[in-house]
Ligand binder design. Structure first.
Ligand SMILES: Cc1cc2nc3c(=O)[nH]c(=O)nc-3n(C[C@H](O)[C@H](O)[C@H](O)COP(=O)(O)OP(=O)(O)OC[C@H]3O[C@@H](n4cnc5c(N)ncnc54)[C@H](O)[C@@H]3O)c2cc1C
Ligand code: SF4
Length: 437
């Protein structure tokens, strides 16, 4: 059953929280390297508009706003002295997907994951204690004076020592991610709700890859290669609200060959007949001598990641497998089948991406056609409006809040979800503080 797509809170209401998170991390438009330059060139040749500003309402391309510190950029970092601790910020040496370890202290790591940003801020506030290796196995509840079910604390296990403890609290916030949060709800025996665990979306990703001749690159970039490992791994994007997004994607050679050439739902490219209408000339996985041939051209290759605005379907999601337990309870069972409209959107984005590569001068274009179970942007399994109210408080369990990707109402139109989840979490923290403290 497909469901309607209108969020229970407005975009305008979220804007101040987006701004707050963007200033805190901070989020900055990324700088261009060759892979972005050739992408912008292709998008211009394909007659797409350059998007300016933050409120994207029409299709076009732009620099990707990234939560990555730039070299020598002034940023507010707790307990960090540039003179004493040294320089910080992105070196553009690339290989970001393997993890960014640039920065003499964790709070100054270039890539602003929660671990390098909000966690140090919280610790330096002096108001937070972190208990690592603690895995919550049950949400505790009690009835209040009006006979309503309320969260009262948690049971958790130290995953190193195996010691099980109980912690009582005024409020409990679930943020275990879109699989573990509904799993914990279900394993805790919290009230039945037909939307708990349901409505999973994941941007049903795909990729298109273009290989360029040296002459074309000399003409467009003034140099013979793209070297896709250089720079931040995703630094330019194309947004198409309501359809999805496309990002440049620079991987190291190993990830290139396995990710862009090695994963497909369409079998092997050498056995596939490409439709005469398709812009790509190969589709599917590549192995053997052909893979060697493509990888010889690795430095002259650009890949694009496709993020589909896939739609919520109550049949997709997380339930418990009551036959198998691990040390934390019944394991989650995950089901995701994209819908017919999702397929139309994804095909459209793959066509736009391939067209940008072609207009930029790519001589060979391959569409990977990834399977639907590449779960990277998992969202919307504890949807606001269905499982929670608009404050992200569980409708059936007072004082229980949700603050991860699972509470997102849908797949957001296609963009990467973390900024929205963080903005919503900041808003939720205000709601908790107003209501209970
Ligand atoms: C390879 C990759 C690249 C990505 N790139 C981007 C990107 O460029 N931009 C973007 O916006 N997003 C990106 N994402 C998605 C991003 O990681 C998610 O949007 C984000 O991490 C989701 O946050 P979350 O809080 O929902 O879940 P998580 O980040 O998964 O956090 C959940 C945490 O809860 C812990 N946990 C789970 N269950 C329990 C329990 N019972 N007790 C205690 N702790 C528990 C987990 O260990 C985990 O630390 C990427 C994801 C991947 C895998
Ligand atoms: S290029 Fe990537 S890995 Fe290197 S510093 Fe910048 S963000 Fe970190």
């Amino acid at each position: 059953m497909a469901v309607d797509n209108v969020w229970p809170i407005s975009y305008d209401e979220l804007i101040p929280y987006y701004e707050k998170v963007e200033a805190t991390l901070p989020v900055i438009d990324s700088r261009s390297t060759a892979k972005e330059d050739i992408f912008y060139y292709g998008a211009q040749q394909a007659d797409w508009n350059e998007l300016t500003g933050k409120n994207i309402t029409s299709p076009g391309y732009r620099a990707q706003p990234n939560a990555i510190l730039l070299r020598n950029e002034t940023a507010s970092i707790p307990d960090y002295d540039r003179e004493r601790d040294g320089a910080y910020g992105c070196t553009f040496r690339g290989h970001c997907i393997n993890g960014c370890h640039i920065g003499p202290k964790v709070q100054a790591v270039a890539k602003r994951s929660t671990f390098a940003s909000y966690v140090p801020w919280a610790l330096y506030s002096g108001n937070v204690e972190i208990r690592p290796n603690s895995f919550v196995t049950q949400i505790l509840t009690e009835e209040d004076s009006e006979s309503e079910i309320c969260a009262a604390g948690v049971i958790y296990k130290d995953s190193w020592t195996g010691v099980i403890s109980e912690m009582r609290s005024k409020v409990v916030i679930m943020a275990g991610g879109s699989i573990e949060t509904p799993r914990l709800w279900l394993n805790s025996g919290l009230p039945r709700n037909p939307w708990v665990g349901r409505g999973l979306v994941n941007h049903w990703m795909d990729s298109v890859t273009g290989i360029f001749d040296e002459e074309i690159l000399m003409e467009v970039l003034g140099k013979p290669d793209i070297s896709p490992f250089v720079g931040q791994n995703a630094a330019a994007r194309f947004d198409f609200p309501g359809v999805g997004a496309i990002q440049t994607m620079g991987f190291s050679p190993g990830l290139y060959s396995s990710g862009f050439y090695g994963i497909s739902d369409k079998g092997f490219a050498e056995f596939n007949q490409v439709s005469p209408d398709a812009i790509w000339n190969m589709e599917g996985g590549v192995i053997g001598p052909k893979l060697k041939e493509l990888m010889k051209d690795y430095r002259r290759t650009l890949s694009l990641l496709i993020l589909t605005d896939d739609e919520v379907n109550q049949k997709n999601g997380v339930s418990l497998n009551y036959k198998i337990r691990d040390e934390n309870g019944f394991i989650p069972k995950i089901v995701y089948y994209p819908g017919a409209r999702d397929r139309v959107k994804r095909d459209r984005l793959a066509t736009i991406g391939a067209d940008i590569l072609k207009k930029a001068g790519a001589k060979t274009i391959l569409r990977s056609n990834w399977p639907a179970n590449l779960y990277i942007h998992i969202q919307s399994t504890m949807r606001m409006g269905f499982v929670t109210d608009t404050n992200c408080e569980a409708r059936q369990v007072k004082r229980l809040f949700i603050a991860d990707n699972s509470v997102l109402y849908n797949s957001l139109g296609g963009p990467n979800p973390t900024l929205t989840t963080q903005a919503l979490a900041v808003r939720t923290s205000e709601k908790i503080s107003e209501k209970y403290f």
